[in-house]
Design a protein around this ligand. Structure first.
Ligand code: GLY
Length: 375
């Protein structure tokens, strides 16, 4: 299914007049100016990044843009989820306006999911919408958050509650920048790669089982895994850009995962997002088996692969105390709309056969949580 001899990959996101390419390959940072100038001639740019990523890559990007005649200014925010705030949004918007950029100019998000969400939101609202380019620097951002146009910030009432859909004009995923990621962060991003196999690409999941070590090592297999993930996401987004149906499939593992993130107080020493998704996907398969939708062999197969790459797969894998089943269900209910005691979950009929279930009884989820917490 997947060749390993390709070096660069292009994935097209088909959204009519808002269609765009995702370029995946090595050394794209150095080629960014040429790629941008070819697609957006005559633009000036604001590079929105965080202070950590800026130290490693901002100068290289600014030089690459300058070599293609694109003038740029750099706006660096404080790293971390706290920057998805109204205050940071205001400072990014101010920075773009201070640089006197126009509607036809471009905001470039250089960083992980936080930078992409914040910069994309700013691009969506400054001068009623500027051009936007994503240059994701984490695996999670390369395979998920940089694709599909979701942007936004958090408020005291919850995560991602304020934002806009703002599709980029281009995504440049330079796989070389992943070489410097801490192993734990790369592994957490890998959970989202495996997710695409589990949603509707059973052959991809089998390929990952056989090739995950090469994906971690870098090179052609890594590029192929990222490209296949982007293809999977692009297909779902093309079917349901504004999440009225199928796009919810991308939340496989996220309902349990978000509840666990909330239950650990978003303490990244205990659990990061991708780790929560890994446990969530393992639980979604176990729960589906309990509901007689898939076999326990499928659930064991998923757990075996995730555990092999070093991801947590059970609530017991999280260090420290955790709330009881009732409290976890409260966290799940907060994250979801509950309609007459029923919850929406992504469940599965087997590896690569996930579906949106809108009518999962909260009582079944509670019984399941009690069972697994007792084990
Ligand atoms: N990360 C889920 C989505 O883009 O819909």
């Amino acid at each position: 299914m997947i060749s390993t001899d390709t070096v660069d990959e292009t994935v097209r996101v088909e959204l009519g007049s808002r269609s765009y390419d995702i370029l995946i390959g090595r050394g794209l940072m150095a080629r960014a100016g040429t790629e941008l100038a070819a697609r957006l001639p005559g633009v000036r740019a604001a590079i929105v990044t965080d202070e950590h990523v800026a130290r490693h890559h901002a100068q290289a990007l600014s030089d690459a843009l300058a070599s293609a005649g694109i003038a740029s200014t750099t706006i660096a925010i404080t790293p971390g989820e706290k920057s998805k705030s109204f205050a940071s949004l205001e400072s990014v918007v101010d920075g773009v306006l201070e640089a006197r950029l126009e509607r036809g100019d471009v905001v470039i998000a250089l960083g992980g999911g936080v930078v992409g969400d914040l910069a994309g939101f700013a691009a969506g609202i400054v001068r009623r919408g500027m051009k936007f380019v994503q240059m994701p620097t984490s695996l999670l951002a390369q395979v998920d958050s940089s694709v599909g146009g979701k942007t936004g910030i958090n408020t005291a009432r919850g995560k991602n509650l304020v934002g806009v859909f703002q599709q980029p004009s281009l995504v440049l995923a330079d796989t070389d920048v992943l070489d410097t990621l801490p192993e734990r962060e790369f592994r957490a991003g890998y959970a989202e790669v495996a997710k695409y196999g589990l949603i509707d690409r059973p052959d991809f999941f089998s390929w990952l089982e056989a090739n995950w070590q090469e994906v971690f090592a870098g090179g052609a297999a890594r590029i192929q895994a990222i490209a296949e993930s982007c293809r999977a996401k692009a297909e779902v987004v093309a079917r349901d850009e504004f999440e009225t149906g199928d796009r919810a499939l991308l939340n496989l593992g996220h309902t349990f995962g978000h509840a666990l993130e909330a239950a650990t107080g978003y303490d990244s020493a205990r659990l990061v997002h991708g780790e929560g998704v890994a446990i969530g996907m393992a639980l979604a398969h176990r729960f589906s088996s309990r509901m007689n939708l898939c076999s326990m062999d499928d659930a064991h197969r998923v757990e075996a692969h995730l555990a092999k790459v070093g991801l947590p797969v059970a609530i017991a894998d999280i260090a420290g105390d955790l709330p009881d089943a009732e409290r976890l269900l409260d966290y799940i209910a907060q994250d979801k709309k509950v309609s007459r005691g029923a919850l929406t979950f992504i469940l599965t009929r087997g590896v690569g056969r996930s579906f949106v279930a809108n009518d999962v009884p909260a009582s079944e989820v509670l019984a399941f949580l009690r069972e697994i917490l007792d084990r």
